[in-house]
Ligand binder design. Structure first.
Ligand code: SAH
Length: 550
């Protein structure tokens, strides 16, 4: 006898555009469609199956049994679930029925689980971006799960600062669970925590409410609602709920030669969620939106319902005459990581014990210190006072520079100072350009004699001091398997002409290169820098490209 097949199809939130191609194929290939009647209604127009079996909500087991029976008789059957078939859907149940009958993949009927867009994803998309970070789904239905287990999961998720999507939050008969869930979460999360209520996402009666943890119960929540609760850094912005990607922001020293006010140059416009970077603590976006445009606030801040925890804390503080902090409250403030680069200096390669001690002190137990291929230490630390840190390091004669797409100067050790003639030029170049913001990191290499032992010829701009004059190389490709040296563009440059010439090259690159375009790529593209023509210095043998990691 011909064996049939069961598809367990998640058809997404409801709208045809959100059904996957595979789900549609499965529905159209099937002779039978089996599902809860509301769902069957949603997809009926898409199928031609000879039999559509719609059953009541509580008849899930009989639906699965029916599907297995029909497939065993040779039918192609689609059992449908809204959202994803594997998330509180029919997939597990179909397998359970099959297992009871001793089914195995090798011997039994074919089973294909067709995934779909689950409510957490469809609802999140309508709210903005609330699920950007670690999240979980919790079903509040205690129909098949004891409430004590559900309670523990809410507690754990609250404690661990997960973004939470509550499925099956409330029904006509089940009204207590959502109240208890709110109470548990208020122990760990601020009453202002953004909450989104999405009812019937991508269906006809779609309804979206932006509210807060303390006020969410003032709104209609039902069987068709998913409740999305933000984590401790989630905020409102322009009628959207947004959770930052992480709890850390990086910043470095400013452009050009730093005047050491890095936090003033933090790019707020690039990271609109970091609303209060100066203090390191993001302000509640809700407060911010109220301040900017009270009428935009999704919920009016009327008399706030006083939560029981609040009351308890207030009572406690009255007795003790001091403000009592909620000991459970999870606050995961946005951490600002100050990132910068340190070196013992452009001509100096020695690092003293005192310098190491100061560096160790600055890095502390939580910071990191990383040595780079271009002879710098990258320091990453959290600090309230980046300026003091820089002052401390500079006092020990360490050079502090920004990280990122900036100009870096590397010089030889001038044979430990024995070939000192050209050191002032190296220092002048460093003083003038180091840390300058550019389309991409640019390395200037400087060598104090014709041995060129620090390989300036392999830097974007290479300068070699020889017989009291300078030779200049540009356009090296320093990395990759097709690496090559730069091309010599000028020899015997008079010392007074060197810095003006280098300045013009850097300025041309700064003004004309595309963002992220390395110097050698720029040179290859435009074929001319100043009046120096480009020559192809690359190896002529074909080498297969190998991106990082391959
Ligand atoms: N398999 C489904 C979940 C079924 S449990 C999925 O992956 O999405 C039923 C619960 O899912 C509902 O109580 C509601 O909380 C949520 N839900 C399903 N579809 C929804 C929709 N279109 N809009 C909002 N919530 C939805």
């Amino acid at each position: 006898m011909k064996k049939g097949k069961i598809f367990v199809v998640g058809f997404g939130p409801g709208a045809t555009e959100h059904i996957t191609g595979r789900a549609l194929e499965a529905l159209q290939e099937s002779n039978y469609i089996i599902g809860y009647k509301t769902y069957v209604e949603l997809i009926k127009h898409l199928v031609t199956a000879k039999s559509i079996v719609s059953t009541g909500m509580t008849e899930e087991v009989s639906r699965a049994q029916d599907a297995v029976k029909k497939a065993e008789a040779g039918g192609i059957v689609s059992v449908i679930s809204s959202g994803d078939s594997g998330a509180y859907g029919m997939a597990g149940l179909v397998y359970e029925v099959l297992i009871e009958k001793g089914w195995t993949e090798a011997e039994g009927i074919e089973v294909e689980i067709v995934p779909g867009i689950s409510a957490i994803n469809s609802c999140a998309s309508l709210l903005g971006a609330p699920v950007m970070h670690d999240s979980c789904t919790i079903s509040l239905s205690d129909h098949l799960t004891p409430w004590t287990v559900i309670e523990k999961r809410i507690e754990a998720a609250g404690m661990a600062d997960f973004v939470i999507a509550l499925y099956n939050p409330k029904s006509g008969r089940r009204t207590r669970q959502i109240v208890e869930a709110q109470n548990i979460l208020l122990k760990y999360r601020s009453p202002d925590t953004p909450v989104g209520l999405v009812k019937s996402a991508y269906r006809e009666n779609q309804h979206i409410v932006l509210t807060t943890l303390s006020e969410m119960l003032d709104h209609d929540i039902g069987m068709l609602t998913t409740v999305i609760i933000g984590n401790s850094s989630t905020f409102f912005y322009d009628n959207k709920i947004i959770t930052p990607r992480g709890y850390q922001r990086k910043y470095t020293l400013g452009e050009g030669k730093q005047s050491l006010k890095p936090h003033q140059r933090l790019k707020k416009e690039a990271e609109p969620w970091a609303l209060d970077q100066e203090t390191g603590e993001a302000k509640s976006g809700y407060e911010e939106i109220l301040r900017k445009a009270p009428e935009q606030a999704p919920v009016q801040q009327q008399e706030q319902k006083v939560q029981s925890m609040d009351m308890a804390l207030k009572a406690l503080s009255m007795v003790s005459k001091e403000e009592v902090e909620n000991p459970f409250l999870v606050r995961q403030p946005i951490e600002n990581i100050f990132e910068f680069s340190v070196s013992p200096g452009v001509a100096n390669k020695m690092i003293t014990a005192e310098q190491m001690l100061v560096l160790a002190e600055v890095v502390g137990e939580k910071g990191t210190l990383e040595y780079t291929p271009d002879h710098h230490f990258i320091v990453k630390v959290t600090t309230d006072n980046p300026e003091a840190m820089v002052v401390k390091l500079e006092k020990e004669h360490l050079t502090v520079m920004p990280t990122g797409e900036v100009l870096k100067v590397k010089a030889c050790d001038f044979c430990y100072g024995e070939k000192a003639d050209s050191i002032p030029y190296a220092e002048e170049i460093a003083a003038k350009f180091e840390g300058m913001k550019l389309p991409k990191q640019l390395h200037v290499g400087f060598n104090g004699c014709g041995m060129a032992c620090y390989r300036p010829v392999f830097d974007d701009i290479g300068i070699v001091y020889r017989k009291k004059k300078f030779d200049l190389f540009i356009g090296a490709k320093p990395v990759g398997r097709t690496a090559h040296a730069g091309q010599p563009i000028a020899e015997g440059i008079e010392p007074e002409d060197l810095i003006p010439l280098v300045t013009r090259i850097i300025e041309e690159y700064e003004q004309n290169a595309h963002p992220n375009e390395r110097f050698f790529k720029y040179f290859k593209r435009v074929k001319k820098v100043l009046n120096y023509d480009y020559y192809d210095m690359s190896c002529k043998i074909e080498v297969e490209p190998a991106p990082c990691g391959d």
